[in-house]
Ligand binder design. Structure first.
Ligand code: WTA
Length: 646
């Protein structure tokens, strides 16, 4: 038996002390199963509503759901003002730490003032309810303030990860029709200031809708300035009043758009709305992590540019009045113990991070975390990809000191919040499995015909009931929304795009994407998007991209390219050029790990590229069945091109 199979059989019981004081106990599943909508209504009651809803769920026109119909609330009020009004103004909302070591402590009262000022500034700039606002920022407090200011006035924010290229930003601005871009001169990464404003200038120059660019000064590097369009945050926001009356919006008022990769080259604008989204992110944050607002110090290590940052750095924690850590930089700057230093310094009690980070820490060695006092930690979380049992165990032992439950949370940009995960005070844990649908969620594993599977049979993951924080549509494209998620098994079954199996205990194991989406360090990247970037390069005639398993990043991007007739194969130099081209085109996260120049690609008789075979090559496996290939000698040609080591 391999080490990993042995680990898969192990169980980790619930720590008794934690169970005794846990926010939710085992009865929660039964409660939710007996009255699903009643359960979600109770969860919604944890928020403050300006007007109560008439109906919990309207599912009369699937797959278009309406939650808390008729209810009204203001999301920013729920995240900030109500805590101040309840006497918690002095509580810290964020301990922010810049990469160079500069710090800011922001209380709920201060956050309220900043959000009100920013909301007034947006109004002054003519931003109206329903307008889209692009946010392209480093991990600084103003990013949160900008999001909440939008929410406060009912504008729809559209955050673009700061590591994305100007092209990616431009296409998102165009698709969403953003009227304002909020950005910064730059941020600190790996010990140096990195610029953001030039990408904004390039992007905005190519789009029609943006009237203004609001710029936070973070690094003080020189920036180009377009008079009349560009404005400094400190000029416009700082002089505003700290008073702003929050208007209540409909529960279904759009809150934000977040673009994510799909199976085609153009990213999809996932639309989330207000009442249901806030209900589920707040409740799941409280239940999954056993969050105690008065005593916990919570840290989600993601970037605000991803859904994990939206739901578990901003909306969930703030709605729950949590004290959070926000860190600008990378884990190895200025040294590889940086995160552990932060855990020790702020006495972090809950850490939520990704398997790729854990595996990187494993590689660096356990003597690094051992140098720090991590005894404040009590609950650990994981998100982004399946956590392999070895990494789970290492996380448990070397970061969690053997005492902290690990909550492996399966969810997606589309689901908005946790969907499948153990509960720390309830579930005895199985390393590598996300285990149990969240209370009030129904998840199944089915075969191609939609028949439910069990007993370790591999199938497709589906969600069979709507949930409060579900996406409501793809921005501007209802048809694509229906086609992508709600067609495979009918209009009432959500197709997640993940493979899964259910074991004999009923625990769910996630097995990765079943579509052409790769998962690199927890980031979703579509093979098609990278392929179209490669063929846009003047030397490339054809490209095929696969995700090959990678010990650290989960998957690595491997590209096979055929050059144009007149292009010269300059070997390494060309490969580097192409890698840089993709990084510039999409963003550094999409840079292929490996590019192989080949004469031909393996195709079926109908002309489809056989990615399965390319994956075999990329993962150094014996080739699978080649009989459907037009010409099986192609594979030998490709193999001959491989470096001798593989
Ligand atoms: C994968 C991130 C297994 C999955 C919140 C999903 C996971 C995609 C897990 C969504 C997990 C995320 N176990 N797989 N705990 N968490 N995934 O939209 O393939 O960036 O479909 O959302 O990541 O990625 P997204």
């Amino acid at each position: 038996m391999s080490e990993s199979t042995e680990l898969e059989g192990r169980r980790f019981p619930v720590p008794e002390e934690l169970a005794a004081q846990a926010n939710v106990g085992p009865d929660v599943y039964e409660r939710a199963a007996q009255d699903r909508l009643g359960f979600w209504a109770e969860a919604a009651d944890r928020l403050t509503w300006a007007q109560r809803w008439d109906e919990v769920l309207d599912w009369s026109n699937p797959p278009f759901a309406k939650w808390f119909v008729g209810g009204k609330l203001n999301v920013a009020y729920n995240c900030v003002d109500r805590h101040v009004e309840a006497g918690h103004g002095e509580q810290v909302a964020y301990h922010w730490e810049g990469e160079p070591g500069d710090t800011r402590t922001i209380t709920y009262a201060q956050l309220k003032d900043e959000v009100c000022k920013a909301a007034n500034a947006l109004v002054e700039l003519g931003v109206q309810t329903g307008d889209r606002v692009a946010i392209y920022m480093p991990m600084i407090p103003e990013a949160v303030v900008a999001m909440l200011a939008c929410a406060r006035i009912g504008a729809v924010h559209m955050v673009v990860f700061g590591g994305f290229s100007s092209d990616a930003l431009a296409s998102r601005i165009t698709d969403s029709g953003a009227v304002l871009v909020i950005t910064a001169d730059g941020g600190y990464r790996r010990g140096a200031p990195s610029a953001l404003k030039p990408a904004v200038d390039e992007a905005v120059g190519r789009t029609q809708s943006v009237r203004n660019v609001l710029v936070v000064r973070r690094t003080e590097q020189d920036v180009e300035w377009t008079e009349g369009r560009d404005l400094w945050w400190h000029d416009v926001v700082d002089r505003q009043s700290t008073e702003h009356t929050a208007e209540a919006f409909d529960a279904e008022h759009p809150l934000y758009i977040m673009y994510t990769s799909g199976t085609t080259a153009s990213p999809k604008g996932i639309l989330h709305t207000s009442g249901g989204y806030l209900t589920q992110v707040a409740y799941s944050h409280w239940a999954s992590f056993d969050l105690k607002a008065d005593t916990d110090v919570f840290w989600t290590s993601a970037d605000i540019g991803w859904v994990t940052g939206h739901s578990y750095i901003v909306y969930g924690p703030l709605a729950n009045r949590a004290t959070s850590i926000m860190y600008e930089g990378t884990p190895e700057t200025p040294h590889r113990g940086r995160w552990f230093e932060l855990i020790e310094k702020y006495k972090v009690t809950i850490l939520y991070t990704a398997p790729t980070v854990i595996r990187t820490f494993m590689k660096w060695g356990e003597d690094i975390p051992a140098k720090f006092d991590l005894s404040s930690l009590r609950v650990l979380g994981s998100v982004g990809e399946p956590i392999n049992p070895e990494a789970w165990l290492w996380y448990h032992e070397h970061i969690g000191g053997g005492r902290c439950p690990i909550v492996d949370t399966w969810w997606q940009t589309e689901t908005g919040a946790h969907m499948i995960n153990p509960l720390p005070g309830v579930t005895s844990l199985k390393p590598g499995s996300a285990q149990t649908p969240f209370p009030g969620i129904s998840a199944k594993v089915v075969d191609d015909e939609g028949n439910e599977l069990g007993d370790d049979t591999t199938g497709l993951l589906v969600l069979t009931e709507p949930w409060p924080s579900m996406l409501r549509t793809i921005w501007g494209d209802d048809d694509r929304y229906v086609d992508t998620y709600w067609s495979r098994f009918g209009k009432e079954v959500y197709f997640a795009g993940d493979g899964a199996k259910k074991d004999a205990d009923g625990d769910i194991w996630l097995l990765g994407r079943v579509d052409d989406v790769m998962n690199v360090s927890g980031h979703r990247i579509s093979t098609t998007e990278v392929e179209s970037s490669l063929v846009a390069h003047p030397t490339v005639a054809e490209a095929a991209v696969v995700g090959a398993s990678d010990p650290t990043t989960g998957q690595g991007i491997v590209a096979f390219v055929i050059l144009r007739g007149n292009a010269e194969d300059s070997g390494d130099e060309l490969v580097q050029q192409l890698r840089t081209h993709v990084a510039k085109d999409i963003g550094p996260i999409a840079k292929p790990r490996q590019i192989m120049v080949v004469q031909e690609l393996p195709k079926t008789r109908s002309g489809k590229i056989m990615r399965r075979l390319l994956r075999d090559i990329a993962e150094n496996r014996e080739l699978g069945d080649v009989t459907t290939l037009t010409d099986s000698s192609v594979m030998n040609l490709i193999k001959d091109k491989l470096p001798a080591s593989s």
